[in-house]
Design a protein around this ligand. Structure first.
Ligand code: AMP
Ligand code: ZN
Length: 115
């Protein structure tokens, strides 16, 4: 059974797509914590950073390239933005399909850590 983000990749469940290329897709988070809250995921199912393999170099690069493209599309470069990857239990990772949270659209994103 495929994971929820794989189902977004295969169009089995809908998402508000912001950007897509051969390697990655980006869509709005259903539970945004900032005005702009976009998730960027590899189309290939990779559970977490720990599961990236040496053959995935193009995918790793594509994730950061997608950040740059979306930042341009959404004009986020002037105010700035934050990238978060929750990886594993301590970070509260809920969906075990690697994803970058792109957070922006705010004048001040607050402190980095809330412990
Ligand atoms: P994480 O804690 O980093 O694993 O975060 C998972 C994120 O995925 C959360 O911010 C959820 O709101 C988001 N999410 C879960 N299901 C969906 C969905 N179907 N479409 C968009 N975002 C989702
Ligand atoms: Zn998946």
């Amino acid at each position: 059974m495929s994971c929820i983000f794989c189902k977004i990749v295969s169009n089995e469940i809908p998402a508000k797509t912001v950007y897509e290329n051969d390697y990655v897709i980006a869509f709005y988070d259903i539970n945004p914590i900032t005005r702009e809250h976009i998730l960027i995921i590899p189309k290939k199912h990779i559970s977490s950073i720990d599961h990236i393999s040496d053959e995935d170099k193009d995918i790793s690069a594509a994730l950061f390239n997608a950040v740059r493209e979306i930042v341009k599309l959404k004009n986020m470069q002037d105010d700035g933005y934050r990238i978060i990857i929750n990886n594993g239990r301590a970070a509260g990772q809920e969906v075990f399909h690697l994803h970058l949270h792109l957070l922006g659209g705010e004048k001040n994103l607050g402190p980095m850590l809330s412990l």
